[in-house]
Design a protein around this ligand. Structure first.
Ligand code: IPE
Ligand code: IPE
Ligand code: MG
Ligand code: MG
Ligand code: MG
Length: 327
């Protein structure tokens, strides 16, 4: 006989707890299902796009050609994933997004956009299409693309210096962004990506490139949101690791969709990595194993968020969606 049936009160309590747990699990699932990640991302993209447009409007003294190039690359339909991570990490800690997070989101999207403008140059990946339009150097010219990239990178730090509400937060944000984008971060990744082209099949090197060229900027996005919300050390550590892990998965997925999506889906030239002999996950592990890797990495990112429970539902959904995307 089950011990619970010997104690009617205990049994009643057990049943109540069981039912409560079951109810809350169903409610959780309902809540998880309610995250419409596409819609949620569009909302965040709209918010950061408005912020970027407002910032650009305030700026004076930019030569017309450069201003046109900046408008052109910033108005193009980027997914704004890094901005969304900033805003959602802030919301996770503070319960809502704040203006510091919005400014930081605009800043990191500017740094990211600069990296794409330069990445597409003939001296780098030589891609004529970006975000569904001619790349900056095709729509304008190479010198303008170089200078527009320089401008975007510089503007990002001015935005943080000028607009963040608290000087200590601003300094922390600048450091996080500079470390992620700098010579031991994204630029290291870009240098090594080019060096490995037609020259390496090493999985360690591949991992290192992806961590540097992409994952560190995702880590920075999460940290910017955490700083905007005044997160404590433990929360920052957890979110930083989430960002880094998600960023790695994101770049593995980028390698995968270069193989499996079309140029019109991607808004950039498909199939270029293999043609250029890039060191990618599909090149080293094959397509199927790469997909499995991407999913495992996304699950790892989801698991890192466990301490936050359901409050992190949207970030968890984002992690799963990003490795299964087609663009
Ligand atoms: C492309 O980034 C470059 C990578 C680091 C993979 P995204 O795929 O986020 O590009 P946009 O901003 O949506 O155009
Ligand atoms: C780009 O990696 C990473 C950065 C821009 C830092 P890729 O070269 O694979 O990006 P796409 O595929 O051109 O967007
Ligand atoms: Mg590249
Ligand atoms: Mg490229
Ligand atoms: Mg790519």
């Amino acid at each position: 006989m089950c011990i619970i049936s010997l104690y009617p009160n205990l049994k009643k309590q057990y049943n109540n707890e069981f039912m409560a747990k079951r109810h809350s699990r169903t409610a959780d699932r309902f809540k998880m299902q309610k995250v419409d990640i596409k819609k949620a991302l569009t909302e965040k993209a709209d918010a950061v796009n408005s912020k970027i447009a407002a910032i650009l409007k305030e700026w004076t003294g930019i030569p017309k050609k450069l201003a046109d190039a900046l408008d052109y690359v910033l108005a193009a339909p980027g997914k704004r994933i890094r901005a969304a991570i900033v805003l959602w990490c802030c919301e996770l800690i503070e319960g809502k997004e704040n203006d510091d997070a919005l400014n930081a989101a605009a800043a990191i999207e500017m740094v990211h956009t600069y990296s794409l403008v330069h990445d597409d140059l003939p001296a780098m990946d030589d891609d004529d299409f970006r975000r569904g339009r001619p790349s900056c150097h095709k729509a304008f010219d190479e010198a303008t693309a170089v200078l527009a990239g320089d401008a975007l990178l510089t503007m990002a730090f001015e935005i943080i210096a000028a607009k963040i509400s608290d000087a200590k937060k601003a300094v922390e944000m600048m450091r996080v962004l500079a470390e992620a984008a700098g010579p031991a971060g994204m630029i290291a990744g870009q240098v090594n990506d080019l060096a490995a082209q037609n020259n390496s099949n090493s999985s360690e090197e591949l991992h290192d490139i992806h961590i540097n060229k992409t994952a560190k900027m995702f880590r920075a996005s999460a940290l910017l949101g955490a700083i905007a919300a005044d997160a404590d050390e433990k929360q920052r550590e957890t979110l930083a690791l989430f960002g880094l892990t998600l960023g790695l998965g994101f770049q593995v997925a980028d390698d995968i969709i270069d193989v499996s999506s079309t140029s019109s889906q991607l808004g950039k030239t498909a199939g270029k990595d293999a043609k250029q002999g890039k060191l990618t996950y599909p090149a080293v592990f094959g397509l199927e194993k790469s997909k499995e890797n991407a999913r495992q990495i996304a699950q790892k990112a989801v698991d890192i968020l466990k301490p936050f429970g359901d409050k992190a539902a949207v970030l968890k959904e984002l992690a799963l969606a990003l490795v299964d995307r087609t663009k």
